[in-house]
Design a protein around this ligand. Structure first.
Ligand code: DCP
Ligand code: MG
Ligand code: MG
Length: 575
């Protein structure tokens, strides 16, 4: 292991680059909610459109952006800048989730290694190292302009023609000059070039479903995500820095670096003794300041001082240098858990709690239909609104446990005093079987579940009715029971494929952050201790004593959380 972190004297040593034998694509759909609404109402494509959640715009289309309207802007301000702005309601996330699943399924169908990871609703990472390596072997260096990209090892005719002389789309640095004569056949440039053509092809497939996107192509997740941000919308950028990504990262505001959050920035400002606003503080400022080292960052951010997890200093230090060894997580056919939550300004009446629970539970049931029924894709065209009727299909998995979590309301003036999870309490029970009855409307099931199960749970979590002031309700289903392959009538190859996916998931854990906009669920009942052993021969990771996996350094904290939390997908309700 690199011992930088433990030795303050070695602080200026350049960190070792890792993982640059990979080709990673990061897709981010353009103005996602707006595109969903536009596809359902094509006449809105040419007008400035804002998607409203409570008093702000969750997003707006690019016609509105030309008028200066921005994401997360207040409605009043947006209307002032663009009086013709058309507003559409974005409180119900179901249609966006459905499209998100369609896009994810499409991209997943092109993956060979199953490493396809969602981030929030509109972003997907793909590790295409294997597809690119295969195609590298097919490149005819004497006739690059008439190349063929093969999408299937079994069927050589499945693929597309492309010109391998040039990278597709934008490149960074823009003035990159390749020394093709000397680069050899297995050059980083050629692999990224192949990745760029695959990215373009996949973006075209998404456009076939009605959705434009931006894509970044690079050697790790961090760089791919940041590269894609360079040229938006409907474009792609390949980061061709074959030497160092530092010049690419240096001018960026620190807050743009995924994995460096508000707390880290505040702490960093104190270390740098700067009053720069968040936009003024760049990666360069932080990286080159003599006070910044892995050791100093660890002292600042980890343990009792910073409240961060062990290793955070080194992680941040490596991110500043563009190094991110975290893996693209393998795709799952079903999530580990599904949860929906909403926040309130203090519910004081039981009738309000009941109404909140019915609303959340109805959304949760719809979500279960999307994520857990096997032919949901087939019954829902990509751009239609969410089905409000009864679901169809067979259950791929049925959760066995229902969990309710509540938290008291804290006014904004108190936020500094409390951790996000402060005051959360949870209780779990067996999930009643009637929720899987596809002949009953989700609304009716929700009413029954709230009355018979969730309200009693609520009472046992909050026995003192006189002090009721609820700030958060979260309903979650977990403990998935997978359907037996034979009873699902799937063909034998599909069964093997699913089994392989399951084994991959069991064998390897790559959790880092929960996806954007998705909260990690707190499990107050089970605190698993995770111990990490650093092994001399494990250059790129540490071995977890619980499951024996070697985990990349970046994923260590997250892997711990994964054991602790039985990682899953919990999404906040709209707004
Ligand atoms: N979203 C939200 N609240 C946030 C951030 C995002 O509701 N704080 C929603 C609205 C967006 C969607 O998530 O449509 C995707 O987020 P992006 O940041 O990718 O924004 P867009 O896709 O809308 O725009 P862009 O073209 O910049 O990617
Ligand atoms: Mg987007
Ligand atoms: Mg996004």
């Amino acid at each position: 292991m690199d011992m930088d972190m433990d030795n303050p004297d070695s602080k200026r040593k350049a960190p070792r680059r890792k993982g640059d034998d990979r080709v990673i694509l990061h897709f981010d759909l353009d103005c996602f909610y707006a595109q969903c609404i536009e596809n359902a109402n094509p006449h809105l494509k040419s007008v400035p459109l804002g998607i409203k959640q409570k008093s702000i715009l969750a997003t707006c289309n690019y016609v509105a952006r030309k008028h200066g309207v921005k994401k997360l802007m207040g409605i009043q301000e947006a209307k002032r800048l663009c009086p013709d702005l058309v507003l559409a309601d974005g409180e119900d996330l179901s249609p966006f989730r459905d499209v998100s699943k369609q896009i994810y399924s499409l991209l997943k169908s092109y993956s060979w290694n199953g490493r396809v990871e969602r981030l929030g609703l509109d972003e997907v990472f793909l590790d295409v190292t294997d597809v690119v390596a295969y195609n590298l072997g097919l490149v005819n260096h004497h006739c690059l302009e008439e190349s063929w990209f093969c999408l299937s090892r079994e069927d050589p005719e499945r693929g597309f023609a492309f010109d391998a002389r040039e990278v597709k789309g934008c490149v960074w640095p823009p003035d990159f000059v390749s020394d093709r004569e000397n680069e050899g056949t297995d050059s980083l440039r050629l692999r990224l070039l192949l990745g760029s053509h695959l990215a373009f092809y996949l973006r075209q497939q998404m456009e076939g479903l009605g959705y434009t996107s931006a894509c970044g192509i690079s050697t790790n997740k961090l760089l791919a995500k940041l590269a894609g941000d360079r040229n938006k919308p409907r474009n792609q950028t390949t980061l061709l820095s074959s030497h160092s990504p530092v010049p690419f990262l240096d001018p960026l505001p620190l807050r743009k670096i995924p994995g460096i959050g508000g707390k880290t920035i505040t702490a960093m400002k104190s270390l740098l003794k700067t009053d720069d606003d968040d936009d003024g503080l760049t990666v360069h400022n932080a990286r080159t300041n003599p006070a910044v080292s892995p050791f100093a960052l660890e002292r600042l951010l980890a343990g009792s001082g910073g409240g961060g997890e062990k290793g955070i200093g080194r992680k941040v230090w490596l991110l500043l240098h563009g190094i991110d060894g975290s893996e693209v997580k393998p795709a799952r056919d079903v999530p580990r858990q599904i949860g929906i939550e909403d926040t309130y300004r203090g519910l004081t009446q039981l009738s309000q709690v009941r109404a909140g629970l019915v609303q959340i539970t109805t959304s949760l049931l719809r979500r279960m239909h999307v994520d857990l029924l096997d032919d949901f894709d087939a019954v829902t065209p990509p751009i239609s609104p969410a089905p409000t009727s009864v679901g169809k299909g067979r259950w791929l998995a049925q959760p066995k446990t229902l969990r309710l979590t509540t938290r008291p309301y804290h006014s904004p003036s108190e936020w500094d005093k409390f951790e996000y999870n402060h005051g959360r309490v949870s209780k779990s029970v067996a999930l009643p079987r009637f929720v899987f009855d596809l002949n009953i409307e989700p609304e009716s099931i929700a009413e029954r579940l709230v009355e018979g199960t969730l309200m009693p749970l609520f009472h046992s979590l909050n026995p003192d009715k006189s002090k009721l002031c609820i700030g958060l309700l979260n309903v979650c289903v977990t403990n998935m029971d997978r359907a037996k392959e034979s009873s699902r009538g799937g063909d034998i190859m599909a069964a093997f494929q699913r089994q392989r996916e399951v084994e991959e998931i069991r064998g390897v854990a790559f959790a880092d952050e929960p996806p954007d906009g998705e909260e990690k669920a707190e499990d107050t009942s089970d605190d698993t201790e995770v111990e990490w052993v650093e092994e001399e021969d494990e250059q790129d990771g540490v071995r977890c004593r619980l499951c024996g996996c070697v985990i990349p350094v970046f994923a260590v904290e997250a892997h711990g959380r994964w054991h602790e939390l039985d990682e899953g997908w919990v999404e906040p309700q709209g707004g």
